[in-house]
Design a protein around this ligand. Structure first.
Ligand code: GDP
Length: 364
């Protein structure tokens, strides 16, 4: 599965946000209950309004949304890269995620201490990112020594990797995250293999006070500007409100949202933004048993998409009967789409589009 790591300084609202996320997930998919994989890993449903429409047309008994994981990564303090706080243990947790969500405190509250005694979300972001950059710098410098030895032995792979390591080091030594480096498509895999903390895509969560959930505040405006500069996305959320929303029924939620001027829970925006950030898109399968959303990387081929369901589907792939979501709806389902000539037979080279309703034919 795809994972987003929630990071930030202590007392910025990470746990509050994480708990809201996991509660909401349970509510969204009663037949796929929220499961605690580890205490700090939450498996959440990706909000997908098209699924309900599909299920109605196909007469599906069950609705199964796509899933995504959030990891609450506690223990980051200034000095973490030097082993302060939970130090290295916490840094190892970040290595395993596909994207990093920076939770930034954008609320005043004298009862909640701030580690630096000042509310300044941009300074907080810099503190955290500096620790991640220092950790990357240190691990790359160590790595380079080993690669250097191998490269002397004419190891071609080691030589190629040194070029990438140097690319990252150049950014880091200038005080920039590794994600700023330009990496050729052919090198992307090896680059990801370096498992750098600062090469992952980032998302900012501006955690605002309850009164600013809809409008944002001055702090969150700064966060949005900072995100723009970093080429990152920003989501304004009040974790407090989200944790209250997560405990309400759908009806009560709708009422509460209206009174505070929101059209949907902030968590939905967070999950969807995270989904986009990971370069993911959705395709569907629909039948009397279930309507289900599946997740593939943008640019995935039909056999790769089939492989998400089962590796045998990919290995024995013959073709994919494919209907665009809009056609499926307009023509009231598979039969109608077929009759109107809107069901396409797609082969191995087909690049899956967001919203495709697919049925795979394969050899066993
Ligand atoms: P973490 O250390 O980053 O996981 O932070 P927590 O989620 O434990 O939150 C620390 C404290 O801040 C708790 O007492 C929360 O209730 C409080 N808190 C979190 N979000 C908000 C918010 O939006 N407004 C206010 N006033 N307090 C909040």
């Amino acid at each position: 599965g795809f994972k987003c790591g929630i990071v930030g300084l202590p007392n910025v609202g990470k746990s509050t946000l994480f708990n809201a996320l996991t509660k909401t997930a349970a509510a969204q998919a009663a037949n796929y209950p929220f499961c605690t994989i580890e205490p700090n890993v939450g498996d959440v449903a990706v909000p997908e309004p098209r699924l309900k429409t599909l299920a109605e047309i196909a007469g599906s008994k069950e609705i199964l949304p796509a899933r995504m994981q959030f990891v609450d990564i506690a223990g980051l303090v200034k000095g973490a890269s030097k082993g302060e706080g939970l130090g290295n243990q916490f840094l190892a947790n970040i290595r395993e995620v596909d994207a990093v969500v920076y939770v930034l405190r954008c609320f005043d509250d004298d009862d909640v201490t701030h580690v630096a005694n000042k509310i300044d979300p941009i300074a907080d972001f810099e503190t955290v990112e500096t620790e991640l950059m220092l950790a990357d710098l240190e691990s790359l410098e160590k790595r380079r020594v080993n690669l250097e030895k191998k490269a002397k032995g004419q190891d071609k792979e080691a030589k190629a990797l040194i070029v990438l390591v140097d690319k990252a080091l150049e950014e880091l030594r200038e005080g920039h995250p590794a994600r700023n480096a330009e990496v050729a498509d052919d090198d992307k895999k090896a680059w990801a293999g370096l498992q750098l903390l600062t090469s992952k895509p980032v998302l900012f969560v501006a955690n605002v006070d309850e009164g600013s959930a809809a409008s944002g505040n001055d702090y969150s405006k700064h966060v949005e500007e900072c995100a723009k500069k970093e080429g990152a996305a920003a989501v304004v959320i009040s974790a407090k409100i989200e944790s209250e929303l997560a405990q309400l029924s759908d009806e009560e939620q709708a009422e509460y949202l209206e009174t505070i001027g929101l059209s949907e829970p902030g968590l939905n925006r967070l999950i969807s933004t995270g989904f986009d950030l990971l370069g993911l898109q959705t395709y569907f399968t629909a039948g009397p048993k279930e309507a289900r959303a599946w997740t593939v990387k943008r640019g995935a081929t039909a056999p790769q998409a089939a492989g998400v369901i089962h590796t045998d589907f990919e290995k024995g792939f013959i073709r994919a009967e494919t209907i665009a979501f809009d056609d499926y709806v307009a023509l009231k389902g598979e039969q109608g789409a077929k009759e109107a000539g809107k069901m396409r037979l797609e082969g191995k080279e087909y690049i899956v589009k967001d919203g495709d309703v697919m049925h795979f034919r394969f050899n066993t």
